[in-house]
Write a protein that binds this ligand. Structure first.
Ligand SMILES: [Zn+2]
Length: 89
């Protein structure tokens, strides 16, 4: 079964999130952000948080990297068909 990435995402920008490694069979998710504690030294006794890219269907899951849909498609990534990502792919 092929699940091409929706063409409307192709024009430009970082439009899909892939849990690395990117390559044939990788899953291209809709990108989302999750605030996570970093490993940076605490600032004034408080942990440092930053937004990391994650898959929209798994916002508490592993960190993802954002790519343009065209590049992810060229690398062989497939669209994620979870309702939170691209259910119509
Ligand atoms: Zn997904």
């Amino acid at each position: 079964m092929t699940r091409p990435i929706p063409p409307k995402l192709f024009p430009t920008g970082a439009s899909v999130a892939v849990v690395l490694p990117l390559g044939p069979g990788a899953i291209a998710h809709k990108p989302a952000a999750d605030k996570r504690k970093t490993t940076k030294r605490p600032w004034r006794g408080e942990a440092v948080y930053q937004d990391v890219a994650v898959a929209a269907c798994d916002p508490k899951g592993p960190q993802a990297a954002e790519f343009s849909a065209a590049w992810a498609d060229h690398q062989g990534a497939l669209a994620c068909t979870e309702p939170a990502c691209f259910p119509n792919a």
